[in-house]
Structures are given as C-alpha cells and as structure tokens.
Design a binder for this molecule. Sequence first.
Ligand code: ADP
Ligand code: MG
Length: 698
Amino acid sequence: MNHPNVPELFGSMVFNDAVMKERLPKEVYRALVRTMELGKKLDPSIANVVANAMKDWAVEKGATHFTHWFQPMTGITAEKHDSFLSPDGNSSIIMEFSGKELVKGEPDASSFPSGGLRATFEARGYTAWDPSSYAFIKDNTLYIPTVFYSYGGEALDKKTPLLRSMEAINREALRILRLFGDTQSTRVTTTVGPEQEYFLIDKELYLQREDLRLCGRTLFGAPAPKGQELEDHYFGTIRPRVAAFMRDLDLELWKVGVFAKTEHNEVAPAQHELAPVFTNTNIATDQNQLTMEIMKKVADRHGLNCLLHEKPFEGVNGSGKHNNWSISTNTGVNLLDPGDSPRENAQFLLFLTAVIKAVDEYSDLLRVSVASAGNDHRLGANEAPPAIISIFLGDELTAVLDSIETGSSYNQKDKTELKVGVHILPRFPKDTTDRNRTSPFAFTGNKFEFRMLGSGLSISGPNVILNTIVAEELSQFADELEKADDFNSALNELIRRVYREHKRIIFNGNNYSAEWEEEAARRGLPNLRTTADALPSFIAEKNIKLFTKHKIFTEAELHSRYEINMEDYCKKLSIEALTMVDMAKKQILPAITKYSYYMTETALNKKALGGNICCSYEVNTLEKLSSCADTLMRQVQSLEADLESLRSISDTTAAADFCKKNLLHDMDETRAAADRAETLTAKEYWPFPNYTDLLYSV
Ligand code: ADP
Ligand code: MG
C-alpha cells in the first residue's frame, strides 16, 4: 500500500464545517451553524441552497446517488438509494438535488418495526434531515443523516429520542449554570466516546457454521484446550493479517470523519478493540453505527469476518462497548471535571450528585437500555459487570462526599469542615488501574464510563436514558436552588441530603464477587438478571412520568418500544432454537451416526480376526456416543415442543417469560449433549470447525 496523506484524507468524504464554510453563502452557512450548535430550527428557504452545494460537492467526489440514512428500531441503519440523475428535456441528463429532497424523504417503510404505532392503512414513514450531524459519502452515495417518524408524527427510530434527550439536558443544565453565574454558555451537550470490542475470525470457517451465519454466535462448541487463561493476547503483538485489517479500517473510518484513535488486542483470543476520540452524542451515535458497518465490510475484504455479537463463544470473554459519557458547554467546559477553583468544584459536585441520584433512582432504566438476548449471556459472566447497577467513584471522591455529608474534614491535616464552594478539592487520579474494571458505571476522572453495553448495541438507547435521567435531577435541583435565599448554603445542604439518600448506589469494591450480590440485595438495589426481567421497567409508572415530562417519548411511543423489544427478544431466541434444531438434526446427529458406524465396523472387524484383539476403546466410545445421541435427540424434541408452544402464546410479555423459563433451559441442555459428543468424535467426522479452529486461525 502506498502511504496516504492522512491529514488530507481525514474527513475528506464529509460535508463538514470546513466544506460548508467554503461552499455556502455566508448567511446560509451562519444559519446552518446556528441550527447545528444551538439546536435552532432551520429556515426552510435555505434548504435549496444547501442541497445544491451538497450535490455539487458530492458529484465532484464521484457520487451518483443520495440516501436518507436512518436508524429504525432494528438497531442497525437503513438506507434507500436514489440517483441524482434527471432528464433535462433534451434527451440528456442533469444531476439534480432539491431542498425538498434533502429535507424530507418517504422510504417505503412499512416493514420496519413500529410496535403497533403504524396501522397498514397509514403505513407511511417519513425521514427528515438531521442538520446536526454531517452528511458524508460512502460507496459513491451521499449519506444524509435523518430521523424517521410515522404519519402521525410518532418516532419510529433511535435518533429522534436521542435528539429530544439532548434538548432536555441542555435546557436543565443551562438553568444550573445560570445559578452559578455562568452567562456565557448558550448550549450544553453531552459527549460520548464509545470503545468498541469485536472478534475477527477467518471468513472460510465462518461460512461453514450455520449458527454464526444466522445468529452471530456459536450455539455449539466444546471449549478449546487453551482459552484466555494465560492472558497472552491482551495488548499482545498484533498479527500481520489483523494489522492489515486495522490499518485499512482506520483509513476508511478517517475518510468519513470517524476519529479512530486506538486499536489493540483484547483479553480473549481473536478479540480486539477500537477506541475513537469522543464527540457530541448525536454524532458519536451516527459514527458508531458507521464504524460497525465499516468494520464488517473491511473484514470481508481481508478474508475475515467481524463478529459484533455480545457473546460469540462460550467460556471466553464476550464483547462489550464502553460508553464514556460527559457533559460540556459550548464554552469548552467539561462539567464533570472537578476544575481548579472552589466555584468550579462546587458546580462539579452538583453535577456529580445529579448523576448519583439519577443512577440510583433510574438504575432500572439503565438496565433496560442494555438488555438484549445476546447481552444476557455476558452480563454477570466473568468478563462483564453483573446485572446490578452501581457507581464506582474511587476512594478519594467518596471520602470528599462522606465529609460533606458528615460535616467533617476530609484529610488529616486540614481539620476544618469541608464546605461546598469554599474549599478546593484534590485532583482525583484518572482511573488507569485495574481496581475498578468490574464496575458497571465508573467515574474516570472527568467522565463516567458505562460498561454494560453489548458490542452490537446502538449507543443511542443508553444515552437517551443517561441524558434524560440526569436532566430530570438537574431540573429538580434547579427548582430548589432557584428559590434559595442563600445559594451557597442551599447548595451545601442539597448535596449533603442527596448524597445521604442515594449513596447506597456507590460501590468501590469488586462487582464480580458473590458478596456484592448479597450486599446489593441488602441495600435494596435491583438485580434484573435477564431481558425478560428488565424490560417491564420501561413502562413502569414512574418512568412513563419521566419520559413524558421531558417529552422524550409519548406514552404510545413507550408502549410500542416495549412491544418491539419484547418481540425482538423472543424472535432472537426462537431463531437460535430453530438453528440448534436444524444443526443437531442435519449435521450433528448424522455425524455421530457416521462415526459410530465406523467404530462399529472397526469393532466387528477386529472381533472377526479373533485372537487377543481387544475392542474396549471402540465399545466404550460407542456406549458414550449413543448415550449423547439419545439425549441430544430427546432435547431436540423438547426444543421443538417449546417452539410449538411459543407460537401459540400471543401476549409478548408471556412469550418472553416462556423463553426465559423453558426455551433457554432446553437450549443449554441441547448444547451440553452436543458438546459432549464433540469431545468423543474424531475431528474429521465433526461437521463444522471447532473452537480451536475459530479462535486460533487468524
Ligand atoms: P484511556 O482510558 O486510554 O486513558 P481516555 O480515558 O482518555 O483513555 O478515553 C477513553 C475513551 O473515553 C475514549 O474514547 C475517549 O475519547 C473517551 N473520552 C475522553 N474524554 C471524554 C469526555 N469528556 N466525554 C466523552 N468521552 C470521553
Ligand atoms: Mg474503557
């Protein structure tokens, strides 16, 4: 490969600020920036000018098509391509793109999940340009980020609630900033840097496994003799094939403006991680979707397959996504950074307290936001935080809050009572150690890291929740403080009270330990183990109140999303169960029979020779194999019966419950029988690549 000019390459396919400045008339550019930065409504009259400039730029870059790019409830992105071509009336063509086409689209969208929001007679869905995220070119197509909504105006996508939640936290945070005398900031946004884990396996091997192709994870497979116990893969030397993939991936991401910064090996064999530089939450969400898509595409080009499932292999770590989240002003202040003055410290402590209260009161919603059939295999296994939500603050910050609560000094030397807004806090060391890697929600110096997300998840959902629940607490704080006569003492009192009431959510110890589960139960913290347990919280009374107050979701939208998620859970598990049945009946059982036949033939032949020839190896293996086959056959019948019962349950909540109680159990038993048979069968007879092949061949 020749050496690319990276500064020139970076963002070269993005209709970004620099391009807009260069190509748009001054007043149009200014109007657009106001929309992007301050969330102001866009004057429709400028749409034509922007559309034309976008089209000219895109055509110069070789684009022939445009697409309204949107994020339906499937969790992946959707697109429908139209060409710029128009007849000019004189039997030739011109390249055209109008403001109308930029602003609004009408994909034939009747097949996207709507959870009952759209009856077929009003099946139309519309897409509308989101000017707060940049358009870009990929595969000769101009991609226009859009929201997706129904004829009746209900959100059908993951972007609309995210934008609404960003408005909510902007509004409430500004109220707080004004109380601290900040008159400069006019916009508060949340920022996100999502660290993305993934597996790379050989494409040829991938294609030989029906479970990977249909479900993204292995439904069968005995453990490889070597797992991750040596931890020799973590940050280890990157193999040439993987290095070539990573280099190519970086270039592709840089072109579309994704600031991919770090690439390294992860703990499990064949597992890797990519970390981008953080940006505002809307753009970070678009870019993470784009990153996942491009990862898959580039892997394919390198003869690899990129697995984004939360738990592709049993017995080795699954893949997650760390959602690094903070709040900052358009004057460049990170509101979760302690700062250097008593005023900044006080403001920091108030925002910190808001997060503590938010996570304690709405831990159920945070849990819902990461719930999926796939992530259920990961949460609470030995590589990921349990399903119990708690916050890691670190010893020093906890000591500061403790001393505020008790009105005592927080260090030995300084014997005076710690007063918010009077004292300067120590700098809290950035978390670089291992001590808190077990926490689902960790403060890491100037941001929080939410670590429960599965690797394939759109980060939209968790950030909608984070933005909304913190907006709610800020709103309550502002209500109280705006009325106060003495701001500083009211502030001190508020922080003291809220910390006392919500400190049960703080846990600095080992989240993976069994003692924590018991301790958390004593503290009354919820432990919603499975998706079926977690999802109902989404439509709990208190949460409906929260979402409707801040105009994030209407009640109808909430119920539709609940239905979609419940259904998705059941559908994913049914597909897995059907795939298991298929593989067991058509591949595994026939392989066992074939190998047993070979063993039987061998034993009979040996016997026919007479003499002292012994057949105990063959007979012993045959006995064990036939017992496995027998169990496997009966388990397959149970699975089939479960699937039959499931089809007759029409209520989604009841169906999810059935999946949790029956289907999952029978899937585990089916797998156990097949995996036992695998260890008894000669490799050449086993019908698909095993764990050693999959994990150690790239
Ligand atoms: P490390 O964990 O390697 O020390 P950082 O903590 O700086 O690195 O960053 C980890 C991830 O957190 C990166 O994706 C980074 O962009 C992101 N991040 C850093 N600061 C913020 C912030 N203020 N808001 C959101 N994400 C951030
Ligand atoms: Mg991290």
